[in-house]
Ligand binder design. Sequence first.
Ligand SMILES: Cc1cc2nc3c(=O)[nH]c(=O)nc-3n(C[C@H](O)[C@H](O)[C@H](O)COP(=O)(O)O)c2cc1C
Length: 339
Amino acid sequence: MTAYVRALQAVRRHLPLENVAQDPRPLVHYATLAASSHNTQPWRFRCDRGRILIRPDLARRCPVVDPDDHHLYVSLGCAVENLLHAARAAGFEGHVSFQPECGATTVELEPRTALRTPLFEAIPRRQCTRSEYDGKALTAGELALLSRSGGADGVSVQLSTARHTRDQVADYVAEGNRRQFSSPAWKSELRTWLRYSAAEAVACGDGLYGPVMGSPSAPRWLGSLATRLALSAAAQNRRDIEGIRRSGAIAVIVSEQDDPAHWLAAGRCYQRLALQATVLGIAHAFINQPVEIASLRERFADALGIDGGRPDLVLRLGRGPTMPATLRRPVEAVIDARG
Ligand SMILES: Cc1cc2nc3c(=O)[nH]c(=O)nc-3n(C[C@H](O)[C@H](O)[C@H](O)COP(=O)(O)O)c2cc1C
């Protein structure tokens, strides 16, 4: 783990922001600390004077779990949100525009007084934590702060501490697991993003390293064999159902419209919510199975009384033990030369 811990310390840290007008790479660093589906980091950045362009990296699509690129655009939205908080800390207001014809987002940077917000300070610490939480409901004050931080631009957050919501979500997650684990294509796609040993995780700087997911670190041959045996709906259901039961709240992020502009906004919404949760010392993890399968998604929306729109993301929140965090590729690997 030592090499992994050293790599984590190098990645998950604050950078000086004094020189961002001349060298915007620190802003890209913060953007890349965002969440992304399977930690694919499906983004490319181009930095021009006073403007940063964020484009999808289509080589990092996951066509099986994400056939319409929903998660890909959500991931880009997460990166955009981090970039905006970092820009503000560096003394710039970011103005966002999305070009649906090419899927690119432009952030125009306008000079402003620098402001290091608590959400900005939380960027290196935000992570998905797939441990079991303590089962205590979040307080009304915490729920209000989370709800206020999230929704905007045609996207809303539904937060619930109700037992019956957790039971319903657990049922749909279990059904999602049964369907996904019965798909060889789904399992094979997931395996391409698994990183078995610390050395492999550090060399790739992306994907999902065993201990992050609650599995041991192992050489590739052994990890791969163990994963083949352990990747089952029954094992996953045991973990997920207990995880949901012991959560302090469930959040569902819902877009008014089902298109890339709204998926991007849903990613921004998640990232704000997750940063706010981090500030409050609240952990979170995704349980997206019910919204990843189109036919299940519709039934899930009906069951939860979601009237119109697309349920984009499902999360469990609560307080629990920390887990190792994920790595990122170097900033240089995701920046394109100026065109
Ligand atoms: C759109 C999207 C979908 C995700 N779906 C899941 C999921 O279903 N299950 C899960 O455990 N993590 C999920 N994740 C979390 C990613 O695996 C995680 O963001 C990535 O590994 C980077 O780690 P970090 O968020 O802890 O920095 C999702 C993330 C995004 C942005």
